[in-house]
Design a binder for this molecule. Structure first.
Ligand SMILES: [Zn+2]
Length: 428
């Protein structure tokens, strides 16, 4: 039996108290608890949050293990305070059958650092033309509830309609990567003043917004759940706000990088800033922050997209899209949303734990820190300032866009089902 006493922690922003973990479960909460046999963790000054849940992670296994594996990605997740991640389906082979999602699920269990939930592909081979084995993946041991062709848009409206109809039967959700393909052929960065100056092919906001507008109407028509991945424009926020006001069952995510970085960084031509959807303008950053604060955007999801150096250390046009994000997500949210007074710690717990678990229908995660709940807890010290370096990353890849930037706060400890995966800011 393992016991831990988290001493003087602020539970989701409340007054300092103690939390006793006994055999994987939160056994007691209160000031001045007796340690007894328990290992004491000094948590003074830290915020205790429910273990973070990511709805959008690329773990790259099977097929691109030099970028990340389920194990290395699980390590990065734990280091960032996560206790659960959803592994996207654009692997090789694609996670479009029960066999592949069960393989990913098993690898997650073997790694044992976070709860790994495989996302199933919507269409066979992500090719957009025929539905994947949605029912078989839902019925598999992985119990898939989130389906996405992420990396590609489900652009055929008939396929999208059929997918929404299909997953409705088992309360699944289609997570759409909203990118109209014709409007973004060979696009390299946000379409605007800077793309014009740099001579790079633009990626108009309307390419995202047109798909979101279409799909909220389809979701309304079918009465099924729709989730929008990595929403990045002010116009997208407006469409989601309208859809929610109509009672349409849509949820949306924003990435940490879209909360803080803008397309001005592309003037460096450093491919670390190349990402899909692209970094947008300061006005878009303000709009997504406001949307996250008022609940129009439900969650923060990392879109952690590791790439080996040969795919990023090259000229802009040849480089792969994507950034890592698991290890820095909470720091970015703290810096951009909490320190600015836009949201409080209760809302951080909601946007990064309760709500993503609920969208993914993960019942064992995203629970409030309360007696009897599984001990999935993150201790975050908000009083530090950290200069991010790529070298300190525990991901197998180094493509963090935050290298050299100062972010506020750091993850001190992560407990996954009562067991520490991170202590003193380091992996156990
Ligand atoms: Zn995507």
């Amino acid at each position: 039996m393992s016991q831990y006493l988290l001493k003087d922690v602020s539970v989701v922003g409340g007054a300092p108290t103690d939390v006793l973990i006994n055999d994987g479960v939160i056994a007691e909460i209160g000031a001045g608890l007796n340690a007894g046999e328990a290992t004491v963790i000094d948590g003074s000054g830290t915020i205790a949050l429910p273990g973070l849940v990511d709805l959008h992670t690329h773990l790259r296994q099977p097929g691109k293990e030099e970028a990340e594996t389920v194990l290395s990605g699980s390590r990065a997740a734990a280091a960032g305070g996560f206790t659960s991640v959803h592994a996207m389906a654009n692997t090789n082979p694609v996670a479009d059958t029960a066999g592949v999602v069960e393989q990913v699920w098993r690898l997650g269990n073997e790694a044992g650092l976070v709860d790994v939930r495989p996302v199933g592909a919507v269409t066979r081979g992500l090719e957009g033309s025929a539905l994947a084995e949605l029912g078989a993946m839902a019925d598999s041991v992985a119990q898939v509830r989130v389906f996405s062709d992420d990396g590609k848009c489900v652009h055929d409206p008939v396929i999208m309609r059929r997918a929404l109809e299909y997953v409705k039967a088992f309360d699944g959700v289609i997570a759409q990567h909203a990118q109209e393909p014709k409007l973004t052929e060979d696009s390299q960065m946000n379409e605007g003043i800077i793309s014009g100056q740099l001579g790079l092919r633009g990626w108009p906001a309307v390419a995202e917004e047109a798909i979101i507008a279409r799909d909220v109407l389809l979701a309304d028509h079918v009465g099924a759940r729709l989730h929008i991945c990595h929403l990045s424009t002010a116009g997208s926020v407006e469409i989601i706000r309208w859809a929610k006001s109509r009672g349409i069952k849509v949820t949306a995510e924003v990435t940490p990088h879209h909360l803080i970085l803008t397309d001005e960084l592309v003037t460096s031509y450093n491919p670390v800033f190349k990402v899909n959807p692209p970094l947008r303008t300061q006005a878009d950053v303000e709009a997504v922050r406001e949307g996250l604060a008022d609940g129009t955007i439900d969650i923060v999801a990392t879109d952690h997209a590791p790439h080996p150096s040969q795919d990023k250390d090259c000229e802009w046009v040849a480089a792969a899209f994507g950034m890592t994000g698991l290890e820095t997500a909470l720091q970015v949210v703290h810096t951009t949303m909490v320190k600015t007074g836009l949201i409080n710690w209760q809302q951080v717990a909601d946007r990064m734990s309760y709500a993503p678990a609920n969208i993914g229908r993960v019942t064992t995660q995203g629970q409030a820190i309360a007696v009897g709940a599984p001990a999935n807890i993150t201790l975050f010290n908000p009083n530090t300032e950290v200069v991010i370096t790529a070298e300190q990353s525990v991901s197998a890849s180094r493509n963090t866009p935050f290298a050299g930037m100062k972010l506020a706060g750091s993850v001190q400890a992560t407990f996954f089902n009562g067991r520490p995966t991170v202590l003193d800011g380091k992996l156990v």
